[in-house]
Design a protein around this ligand. Structure first.
Ligand code: NAP
Length: 244
């Protein structure tokens, strides 16, 4: 493949929100590699087929040992350069409490949500070119939430890593987070979802356009690092008692 001049982005966990971010990045002049887990996203099939030099999907299970590093290397090999942006959206929800969780669930969540941030920061530093790492967080995990023990701690560890990695990776790599509120309801959980949205301080579901603007802000603001932007209707300000 002839090398392209566009900056390269790697987006993980391309499902519901992620497909929109791949499109947004393409519209803003990025070459985009994305990772999929069980099935390639049908929404990106046309884009991937019509612009094969600019958009490419990689299968990856980030719960497997060394998979984050391998994905980064595969993407670098495909594009002939290292990513200038890694956007980590891959996520799995666990419905557990300390009473019924398993060691496997706990470490799987840490491996999927938190470890890749450290692995990619190391690789971005080794690449030696300016880059940005953005992790997608969940506003409701700012405090422990009933029934989300493994998921919550995976996301909270990822949130805690943002400032530490930003400090260690400066000035070459900026590390930031986007903490989202209830943007898209889970299938089957719409009723409880509606009550959660109504209970938000702002009483509204964050529109996708707010998230897109926040992502572009973090990308373009070269003096911002170690920040977590909440796009959540105020969800992070209140402790959620409903478990979805
Ligand atoms: N949607 C919301 O309202 C909301 C609210 C708060 C935070 N967020 C955060 O925003 C991000 C995107 O949300 P979403 O609703 O679009 O998520 P989603 O639909 O649940 O998608 C999650 C993605 O992660 C992938 N994934 C799961 N396990 C993986 C693994 N082991 N290796 C690699 N990829 C894996 C899934 O692939 P498979 O399906 O193939 O397993 C899927 O593509 C997530 O980080 C989520 O926590 C979303």
């Amino acid at each position: 493949m002839p090398w392209r001049t566009e900056p390269l982005a790697l987006v993980t966990g391309v499902a519901r929100l992620g497909t929109g971010w791949v499109r947004l990045l393409r519209q803003n002049g990025w070459q985009v590699a994305y990772s999929w887990h069980q099935l390639p996203p049908p929404e990106l099939e046309t884009l991937t087929q019509t612009q094969p030099e600019l958009v490419h999907g990689f299968r990856c299970d980030l719960e497997q040992p060394y998979s984050a590093g391998k994905l980064f290397d595969q993407v670098t090999h495909w594009a002939g350069k290292t990513p200038s942006l890694v956007l980590h959206a891959a996520s799995r929800w666990f419905n557990d409490t300390v009473a019924d969780t398993t060691e496997e669930a706990w470490f799987t969540s840490l491996r999927l949500h938190a470890w890749p941030l450290a692995a990619w920061t190391r690789q971005l530093l080794a690449a030696g070119t300016p880059a940005s790492l953005i992790t997608v967080l969940d506003a409701r995990t700012s405090a422990p939430t009933p029934g989300e023990f493994s998921y919550g701690w995976g996301k909270r560890l990822a949130a805690g890593l943002v400032a530490d990695l930003a400090r260690q990776a400066a000035p070459l790599v900026r590390v930031n987070g986007l903490a989202l509120g209830p943007v898209l309801s889970p299938t089957g959980g719409e009723l409880r979802w509606d009550s959660w949205v109504k209970a938000l301080p702002l009483g509204v579901q964050p529109p996708l356009s707010d998230i897109d603007q926040a992502l572009l802000f973090l990308l373009n603001s070269t003096s911002v690092t170690g920040e977590i932007l909440h796009i959540d209707g105020g969800a992070g300000l209140v402790r959620r008692e409903l478990s979805l």
